[in-house]
Structure formats: structure tokens, C-alpha cells
Design a protein around this ligand. Structure first.
Ligand code: NAP
Length: 284
């Protein structure tokens, strides 16, 4: 199937490059290190954290895990973040979201040093993305851009439609497509005539969080369709936001779920961590 975008293959390439950089840093006596904080025992978050550890092991990054109880207070969490900010051996800090309801996520994100913010969620990094002068890009949208690049798809002059406007996916995704000279429309739950807008897209990115949300009638013939969604269907199977079977015949390129955007998100986190190590060591 020539039209399937192979996220696993591209992610392997990105990780291989990151591994080479980790190795080069090791030769300079620098051990790239990522600190991951997990508060509570949300099952999905546990899987994400486990995968991050595996990725670190695979490419030679040292991973430090901080598993805090559900009852952790905001002050305790902030104290840990500040300690990690101060530690010269820690290059990247990531606090797995969502946090338990009693904790203030924005305050925790703001507390992470922008130089160690490998998720690129800190307002300083978000602002840098806006002006196109960034150190880190958020993992999922950056992963999508890398997939497009590897498959020879430029957004230049194209109509791009992003469904979803979250801070971690939809908004930065739209911004990166804009930086790549696309003409970008962002859709959300209040958008009127959504199907009609989507039908105009040369590049359609779905980041909604609803299985089979994008149906064949919403897709233009030969469009590039990127499915960011990670949902469970009735049978408990992982699926995206796109009705894959119905949409695939119309698309020129399409990402599967699993095996599309997901592996890229993980790979870009590794790349960002290595970049953090480089930036911090140049700054010394
Ligand atoms: P989110 O914060 O829940 O945002 C969902 C967006 O979809 C919102 O902007 C919402 O609009 C919009 N939306 C919801 N219903 C809609 C409708 N009926 N019509 C149009 N727009 C609608 O989710 P997220 O964090 O961006 O994640 C989106 C999906 O991507 C989820 O499935 C998530 O699991 C997945 N994800 C995957 C990866 C990966 O690595 N593959 C990474 C991150 C997220 P409003 O703003 O108006 O509410």
C-alpha cells in the first residue's frame, strides 16, 4: 500500500539520529538525561511513562522516574520540579499530564525551566513557536511535520485544515503548517459547516479524540490525511479519529492508527531531550 505513511519507519530514523547524537555527547563526557514525573496511577499515563523509559533505554538516554502518590500536594510537586531545574545532570523534565484534579497543571508547566521543557508546553516556548524562533517543538505536531517532510509533502500554497485547537496538538500544529507556508484553517466544536471546510483541505489533520469522526464525505479526493487521534473503539481496540477504511481509498497519503503519528510523538521527545542536552552544554 503505497499511500500508507509508515510512522514506525520514520520514527526509527529519527531515533537513530538521536542515538548518534547521544553517543557523540557521551564522547564529550555528557550523559543525556530525562526526568519524568508521574503523579497518581492513571493507567494510560503509566503506559506512556513506561514507553518513554523504553525509548530512552533504546537510544542511550538515562531516564529518571519520579512516581508520586495521588495525594501529592502542589507544593511537593513544585519543589521536585525546582530541584530538577537546578540539577546540571538533568537535561529534560517532563511531567506526565493529566495531573490529578487537585493539582494546577499550568503552574507546574510554568515552573519547568524553558531550557529543560522537552514537551515545549512552557509559555516561553509556546511564544517562540509563534514567532518561528524555537528551541523545542511540541512532540506530536513536530512528529507530523517530520512525516510530511519524509513523504515529500510541503504545505506551501496548500489548503490545510486542522480539526482541534488544543494547546498541545491543534494550535501548534496549525502554526507549524503556517510556518511551512500553508493556508491554514483551524476547526473546533463551534465550527459551522465543518464537513465543507474539511473537503477543501489538501492536508487534513484530525486531532479531535473521537473515533470515526472524519468520514469519507469530509475528505477531498487525493488529500493527505493525518490522524492524530488515539481512541478506543467498542471492542477496546486502539483507533484514530478517521474512519480509515472509508477514507483511505480517497486519500493520496494517510497515517494509520496505530503506527502513524504515535511513534513519531515518542521519537520527537527523544530528539528534544538530546537537543536540550546540547543547548545546555553549549550555554556552559
Ligand atoms: P483535546 O484537548 O480534547 O482537544 C480536542 C479538540 O477537538 C478540541 O479543540 C475540540 O474543540 C475539538 N472537537 C471536539 N469535538 C468536536 C466536534 N464535534 N467538532 C469539531 N471539533 C471538535 O484533545 P487533544 O489533547 O488535542 O488530543 C486530540 C486527540 O489526539 C486525542 O484522541 C488524543 O488522545 C490524541 N493525541 C494523540 C497523540 C499521539 O501521539 N498520537 C498525542 C496527543 C494527543 P473545542 O476546543 O471547541 O472543545
Amino acid at each position: 500500500m503505497g499511500k500508507l505513511i509508515d510512522g514506525k519507519m520514520v520514527a526509527a530514523k529519527v531515533k537513530k539520529e538521536a542515538a548518534a547524537d547521544v553517543e557523540a555527547l557521551k564522547r564529550q563526557g555528557i550523559q543525556t538525561t530525562l526526568a519524568v514525573i508521574l503523579v497518581g496511577d492513571d493507567p494510560a499515563s503509566q503506559v506512556y511513562v513506561r514507553n518513554k523509559r523504553k525509548d530512552c533505554e533504546e537510544i542511550g538516554i538515562k531516564s529518571l522516574e519520579y512516581r508520586l502518590s495521588e495525594q501529592t500536594t502542589q507544593e511537593e510537586l513544585l519543589k521536585l520540579v525546582r530541584e530538577l531545574n537546578e540539577r546540571p545532570d538533568v537535561n529534560g523534565i517532563l511531567c506526565q499530564l493529566p495531573l490529578p484534579k487537585h493539582l494546577n497543571e499550568a503552574e507546574v508547566i510554568n515552573a519547568i525551566s524553558p531550557l529543560k521543557d522537552v514537551d515545549a508546553f512552557h509559555p516561553a516556548n509556546v511564544g517562540k513557536i509563534m514567532i518561528g524562533a524555537y528551541d523545542f517543538l511540541p512532540c506530536t505536531p513536530a512528529g507530523v511535520m517530520e512525516l510530511l517532510r519524509q513523504y515529500g509533502v510541503s504545505a506551501e500554497g496548500k489548503r490545510c485544515v486542522v480539526i482541534g485547537r488544543s494547546n498541545i496538538v491543534g494550535k501548534p500544529m496549525a502554526m507549524l503548517l503556517l510556518h511551512d507556508n500553508g493556508t491554514v484553517t483551524i476547526c473546533h466544536s463551534r465550527t459551522k459547516e465543518l464537513a465543507e471546510i474539511c473537503r477543501q483541505a489538501d492536508i487534513l489533520v484530525a486531532a479531535v479524540g473521537k473515533a470515526k469522526f472524519v468520514t469519507a464525505d469530509m475528505v477531498k479526493e487525493d488529500a493527505v490525511v493525518i490522524d492524530v487521534g488515539m481512541n478506543r473503539n467498542e471492542a477496546g481496540k486502539l483507533c484514530g479519529d478517521v474512519d480509515f477504511e472509508a477514507v483511505e481509498p480517497k486519500a493520496s497519503l494517510i497515517t494509520p492508527v496505530p503506527g502513524g503519528v504515535g511513534p513519531m510523538t515518542r521519537a520527537v521527545l527523544m530528539k528534544n531531550t538530546v537537543k536540550a542536552a546540547k543547548i545546555q552544554n553549549v550555554a556552559k
